[in-house]
Design a protein around this ligand. Structure first.
Ligand SMILES: CC(C)(COP(=O)(O)OP(=O)(O)OC[C@H]1O[C@@H](n2cnc3c(N)ncnc32)[C@H](O)[C@@H]1OP(=O)(O)O)[C@@H](O)C(=O)NCCC(=O)NCCS
Length: 179
């Protein structure tokens, strides 16, 4: 299980150690509005952690908890996982932050770091992302990452906007040379 670092964040593979912080994050209706539409229960948080741990063991990538280096607080979560949880599908990148940390650039900082992990360390040819059509803040992170909009698709039985970026496009962006 891979720990990552960026300027202001540490990325810890999600585990039961993060339960309290995840309860605050996933129990917040504002965070979950465009994801499931309702806060996660404590039982669901335990189940999420168990599923994520299994994915880390099976695939070597899944969800990280985002720890703010300055405070040690869990301020968000991010993922690289198979879209639709099906290994036949391309990798998906995703993010969520505690509302009191919105507007600081943490999501784009995490997106850049997780994308680098997917392209450099996993050798992904393509990275996709999906969001609810009305989730403008998340769409802005995708655009800042250099992803292009692919229109409406259905995932998890919901209408979503899909975005993607190819490895070649990623490498052509300044600062993303292959290591
Ligand atoms: C989606 C989500 C993570 C985006 O959070 P965010 O704070 O808007 O995104 P960032 O952390 O990248 O911050 C960008 C904002 O910070 C500002 N900012 C401040 N300091 C910055 C810095 N050092 N670097 C970059 N941006 C900075 C930017 O100007 C931008 O503000 P703007 O959107 O008003 O122009 C957040 O809205 C969220 O958690 N939503 C709920 C969960 C969710 O829907 N997740 C996505 C599911 S698809």
């Amino acid at each position: 299980m891979t720990v990552l670092h960026s300027q202001r964040l540490r990325y810890e593979p999600m585990s039961e150690d993060h339960f309290d912080g995840l309860r605050v994050l996933n129990g917040d209706p504002e965070v979950m509005r465009h994801i499931s539409g309702r806060p996660e229960t404590a039982e669901e948080t335990h189940a999420t952690i168990a599923r994520v741990q299994a994915r880390w063991r099976e695939h070597g990538h899944a969800w990280w908890c985002l720890i703010e280096v300055d405070t040690g607080e869990l301020v968000g979560a991010g993922c690289i996982q198979h879209l639709g949880h099906d290994p036949a599908n391309p990798l998906e990148i995703g993010w969520r932050l505690r509302p009191d940390r919105w507007g600081r650039g943490y999501a784009i900082e995490a997106a850049e770091r997780m994308a680098r992990f997917a392209f450099d360390e996993l050798g992904a040819p393509l990275l996709r992302a999906i969001c609810a059509p009305e989730n403008l803040k998340s769409a802005r992170v995708m655009e800042r990452l250099g992803m292009r909009a692919c229109g409406h698709e259905t995932w998890h039985e919901r209408d979503v906007l899909a975005y993607e970026i190819e490895r070649t496009t990623w490498l052509a962006r300044s600062g993303n040379k292959a290591e």
